[in-house]
Design a protein around this ligand. Structure first.
Ligand SMILES: Cc1cc2nc3c(=O)[nH]c(=O)nc-3n(C[C@H](O)[C@H](O)[C@H](O)COP(=O)(O)OP(=O)(O)OC[C@H]3O[C@@H](n4cnc5c(N)ncnc54)[C@H](O)[C@@H]3O)c2cc1C
Length: 434
C-alpha cells in the first residue's frame, strides 16, 4: 500500500509548484540514508551534510517531500502546551524538561530561517489557550500557576477583550502566552527542501517497503530499486509504527483541518479587523483555530484513529461538516461557505506524550513522535539525531536525555480499544469546544 495524503492541503496548494523533484531510478548505495522528508528528515540531512562533507547522503520520501504532516499542520511553533497532562503541579520537573525541548525547537527553527533568509510568515504573536465555558476558569488558573512557576509571561482575558482581539464572541475565558510563534508550515518545509545542500540526494515517491541488516550494511527495498547504506535514520513520524519502528511505543493519529478563502474587506471589517491570532483549546479534543496573516481562518477539530495511509473524499467531507459547524459557532455572521481547502494529516503519539529519540541498533537511528507539536522539536531532533549518527555529542543531547522515555503500550487489540475509548471520552468532554 502506498503512503498518499489527499491533495487538499491549503498551505501546500497555495505554494508555487515545485520543479526540482527527482525519483529513484537506479540501485543506489550511500553512507547515510534518511527515511522521511519532513522537518525531522530534512533537518537531519542538512546537519549531516555540514559535518560529513565527503560522505554520500540520501533522503527518500514515500510521497512528495514536505507533504506529510510538516506541510499540513496548523503552524503553531510552541513554547508551551497544555493538553499533554500539564494542568497540575504533579509533574513539574517533566514539564520543565519538555519546555527546554520546545525552547530548543524554537531556537533551531529561528536559526534555520535566519541563516537561509526564509520567509515563512513568522509572527511572534504568542497564542491563546481558550474556552467557551466559564467554568473552565479553574483549569486556566491552574495552568497559569505552572506558567508563572516556569517564568512564562501570560495574561488572562475574558469575553469582551477576546472579542476585540479575535473577532468572535465564542470564547469566554483564555490565557495568552507570549512566547509561541505562528508561521506558514508549508513555506517552512518548502524552504528546507529548496535549501538542501548539493551533496544530498532527495528521492521522492520512493516508499521504503522492506529493510534488513546484512552484516555491516543495511539493505533497503523500494518498488523497483534498492539502496544499500551504512547507516539509516528513520524520520517517518506517523508512519514509524507502520515500519515496525518502536512499534510498542508509538501509534498514529489522523487529524483533519480546513482553511477558508481570504476574507473580503467587508467580512474582515465585520469581525473587527483583528490582527493575526492563534487559539488552542484548553480541552484536548477542542478545536485549534487560527486567523492567518492573509485573513484566512483555519480550523482543526478532529483527531482519530484511522488507517493512516488513506482518507477517502467521502470520509473527508464528513470531517468538513464538523469544521463548518466549528466556524459557524465562532463566526455566525460570516458566510456558511467559506471553506476553500480541507485535508488530513498524520501525527505520531506515545502513551505518555514523550518523544522518541533513539539508537535502536548498531547504525540504526530514529527521531519522531512529537505528539502533535513537532515543528520546532522535529527540526531540533532532526539536527541532533544527525549528530548522534555521526558520533558527535553536544550539550543539547543532554536536554533530550532529560525527557521521559515513551512508555510501553498495550498489545493489540487492547491498544486500539484504549485509544478509541480515550478519544471518544475526550471528544465528549470537548463537545462545546469543537
Ligand atoms: C493537521 C495537523 C496539525 C498540526 N499542528 C501542529 C502545530 O500547530 N504545531 C506543531 O508543532 N505541530 C503540529 N502538527 C504536528 C507536526 O506537523 C508534526 O509533528 C511534524 O510535521 C513532524 O515532522 P516529521 O518530519 O517528523 O514528520 P512528517 O512531516 O510526517 O514526515 C514524515 C515523512 O515520512 C514519509 N514516510 C512515511 N513512511 C515512509 C516510507 N515507508 N518510506 C519513505 N518515506 C516514508 C512520509 O511520507 C512523510 O513525508 C500538526 C499535524 C497535523 C497533521
Amino acid at each position: 500500500m502506498t503512503v498518499i495524503n489527499d491533495q487538499g492541503c491549503g498551505w501546500l496548494n497555495l505554494l508555487p509548484k515545485r520543479t526540482n523533484i527527482k525519483f529513484l531510478n537506479k540501485d543506489e548505495h550511500c553512507e547515510f540514508l534518511i527515511i522521511g522528508a519532513g522537518y525531522t528528515g530534512l533537518s537531519a540531512a542538512r546537519k549531516l551534510s555540514q559535518i560529513n562533507k565527503n560522505k554520500k547522503i540520501i533522503i527518500v520520501d514515500a510521497q512528495l517531500a514536505g507533504e506529510g504532516a510538516s506541510g499540513r499542520n496548523s503552524g503553531y511553533l510552541v513554547d508551551t502546551t497544555l493538553n499533554d497532562g500539564f494542568t497540575s503541579n504533579k509533574d513539574i520537573e517533566n514539564y520543565k524538561s519538555k519546555v527546554n525541548i520546545y525552547k530548543a525547537g524554537i531556537k533551531a527553527v529561528k536559526e534555520f530561517i535566519k541563516e537561509y533568509q526564509v520567509d515563512c510568515d513568522w509572527n511572534e504573536c504568542g497564542k491563546y489557550f481558550a474556552s467557551s465555558v466559564v467554568n473552565d476558569e479553574k483549569k486556566i488558573y491552574n495552568f497559569i500557576k505552572i506558567l508563572n512557576k516556569l517564568g512564562f509571561k501570560n495574561k488572562i482575558l475574558f469575553q469582551k477583550d477576546l472579542y476585540k482581539n479575535l473577532g468572535t464572541n465564542f470564547y469566554k475565558i483564555a490565557v495568552h502566552t507570549e512566547g509561541g510563534v505562528l508561521l506558514n508550515p508549508g513555506k517552512l518545509v518548502r524552504a528546507m527542501i529548496d535549501t538542501l545542500p548539493e551533496n544530498i540526494k532527495l528521492y521522492e515517491n520512493a516508499e521504503l517497503l522492506k529493510w534488513k541488516k546484512n552484516g555491516d550494511k543495511i539493505n533497503c527495498e523500494f518498488k523497483k530499486y534498492s539502496i544499500k547504506t551504512d547507516k539509516i535514520i528513520f524520520c517517518a513520524n506517523g508512519f514509524l509504527s507502520n515500519l515496525s519502528i518502536k512499534k510498542r511505543y508509538n501509534f498514529p493519529i489522523t487529524l483533519t483541518a480546513s482553511m477558508t478563502r481570504k476574507l473580503t474587506n467587508e467580512e474582515f471589517r465585520s469581525i473587527g479587523e483583528p490582527k493575526e491570532w492563534g487559539v488552542l483549546s484548553i480541552r484536548p479534543m477542542g478545536a485549534t483555530v487560527r486567523l492567518t496573516k492573509d485573513r484566512r481562518i483555519l480550523i482543526r477539530n478532529t483527531a482519530e484513529l484511522k488507517n493512516p495511509k488513506f482518507m477517502s473524499n467521502i470520509d473527508l467531507s464528513e470531517r468538513i461538516k464538523s469544521h463548518k459547524l466549528g466556524l459557524e459557532k465562532r463566526f455566525p455572521t460570516l458566510s456558511k461557505n467559506l471553506i476553500e481547502h480541507s485535508w488530513s494529516g498524520i501525527v505520531c503519539r506515545s502513551g505518555n506524550s514523550s518523544q522518541i529519540f533513539d539508537k535502536i541498533d548498531q547504525n540504526i537511528y530514529v527521531a519522531g513522535c512529537y505528539n502533535g507539536s513537532g515543528i520546532g522539536v522535529g527540526t531540533f531532533f532532526g539536527e541532533q539525531i544527525a549528530l548522534v549518527a555521526s558520533d558527535q555529542k553536544t550539550d543539547d543531547t543532554k536536554i533530550i536525555n532529560d525527557i521521559k522515555k515513551p512508555n510501553w503500550l498495550p498489545i493489540q487489540p487492547f491498544l486500539n480499544i484504549g485509544i478509541y475509548s480515550r478519544l471518544l471520552y475526550e471528544r465528549i468532554k470537548a463537545t462545546s469546544e469543537i
